[in-house]
Design a protein around this ligand. Sequence first.
Ligand code: ZN
Length: 276
Amino acid sequence: MNRIRIFGLTAAAVLLASCDGGTEEAAEEQPVEEETQEMEEAEEAEEETEVTVEEENGEEETVEESEAELLITEEDVFDDGSIQALVNKQHHLDADYVPHDLVTVEVPTVLQNPEINQLRAEASSALTEMFDAALEDGLTLYARSGYRSYNTQVSLYNNYKEAHGEAAADRFSARPGASEHQTGLAMDVTSESVNYELNEAFGETEEGVWVKENAHDYGFIIRYPEGMEDITGYSYEPWHLRYLGAGLATDIHESGLTYEEYIEESGMDIEEDGEE
Ligand SMILES: [Zn+2]
């Protein structure tokens, strides 16, 4: 079920442009209908391949897996500065880690704070592409909270702790060093329909559903899916997007796994402290 990919026609056209390494301008010059047709054919071919793999017996599948090229490496997963960095309650970033390529995002934002309207350059470009694609489907997304420094997270966590107690704070706020927002690769997105706030209701809005179905095409995953708190450490956050690049995000989306599970499925041990 998780392997079924749903593409809006517009999203498919944009994806094709990015797959070809071409620019959006180049895509616009070509007839959209042709691209859509090509994309559908490519999609069908891909689905057929996947189904074939699924139907093979366990033995052959094992061969497939060992021969398949892994999209992540242990070196990158445990490197603070990598696009693939694993950041959670067990794997913290260094207190002095600051991404070297932060830029101000070029999409509609909710808050004035210049710090949180930043992402790493690659993630920011991808965010712009995603928001543009949503807009073409008639949906306006807003960026609410992106990069947060270690010190900002100290204040935020302490405020939550004071207001709600430590146990509650740990369910929806990260301790300093444990927030993906410090990577500059996470963005909380929202919409007018939930009054620009971050809440579970966003997941049920048209915008939230669109994000769930399309974000991976632009390199983002819903990092804290519903019902996965035991694994991710956080309750459902349909608004929290983590950038991992389109190839990896799509593979994770299709696998139906959390990032933690996906890393483990790739043969890496994340229970041990990878920081060393
Ligand atoms: Zn977030």
